[in-house]
Write a protein that binds this ligand. Structure first.
Ligand SMILES: C[S@@+](CC[C@H](N)C(=O)[O-])C[C@H]1O[C@@H](n2cnc3c(N)ncnc32)[C@H](O)[C@@H]1O
Length: 243
């Protein structure tokens, strides 16, 4: 039986998805508030940058994977217009429900789909753009998921991976202190859940850094990959082109 990371713990591969589901079932109701508090609102700027880089046109077809409460799907839907399509997807029903309710409250009804990024239920060569924001880190077989994302993109289509990454060395100590002391406490006070936010900090540390993820994307079939460091590498946007 193969093993993998769940934060700093080593678990059997078959157990990871269940543990990840537990985390997101627990955090779903307070997810948006916690995102604002933990990042001091910065996640909005990171996502706005991602939407700008996406540079969508009217009529484009987009798949947002691990879409959660729908920040990217909402912004994309406004850009592709009525002639386009944005599929809002996630493996977790609780997160997807929060997102769908929020989108409907804002007058947006999108195709909403529960699916695992590692086995996407779409034909090949369909989408102009695939996005995954803060989701790849939680997947058991990231290589498999990246290959699936490549498969469903049309030739010339782009994958946008927005994810925590390796912070610049001078900031590492203060970032570690914040992640392991402040984040779990905010998690406890606001969401009554310290462990999920400790998992967040740990999962960031064991996730591949900028160069490693770039090489994984190339191995998954992306002919060209650009890396954009944001906030001194706290987060990176990887843009892969299916050539
Ligand atoms: C931190 S949330 C990100 C939500 C949203 N994209 C955002 O940026 O706010 C991570 C999401 O990844 C989803 N996820 C984890 N593993 C997944 C998988 N194998 N396939 C699809 N989604 C997955 C979780 O259910 C969760 O909703």
């Amino acid at each position: 039986m193969s093993e993998t990371h769940f934060g700093y713990q080593t678990v059997e591969e078959s157990a990871k998805a269940k543990r990840v589901r537990g985390v997101f079932d627990s955090v779903a109701p307070k997810y948006d508030l916690m995102n604002d508090l933990m990042s001091l609102g910065l996640h909005r700027a990171w996502k706005a940058y991602t939407v700008a880089v996406a540079n969508l046109r009217e009529g484009d077809k987009v798949l947002d994977i691990a879409g959660g409460t729908g920040d990217l799907a909402r912004a994309f839907a406004r850009r592709v217009g009525a002639g386009g399509m944005v599929v809002h997807s996630d493996i977790n029903e609780a997160m997807l429900r929060e997102g769908r309710d929020r989108l409907v409250d804002e007058g947006l009804v999108l195709p909403t789909l529960i699916c695992d990024a590692e086995t996407l239920p779409f034909r090949s060569d369909v989408f102009d753009l695939v996005s995954v924001a803060f989701g790849l880190r939680n997947m058991t077989h990231k290589d498999r998921a990246l290959r699936e994302m490549n498969r469903v993109l049309r030739p010339g289509g782009r994958l946008l991976v927005l994810e925590f990454s390796k912070v610049a060395a001078p900031l590492a100590k203060v970032y570690d202190w914040y992640s392991f002391n402040v984040l779990p406490r905010i998690g406890q006070w606001v969401a009554g859940d310290r462990d999920s936010y400790r998992y967040l900090a740990e999962s960031i540390r064991v996730h591949p850094g900028q160069a490693e993820l770039k090489s994984m994307m190339k191995s998954a079939g992306f002919g060209h990959v650009d890396v954009h460091n944001l906030s001194a590498g706290v987060v990176a946007l990887h843009v892969g082109i299916k050539c």
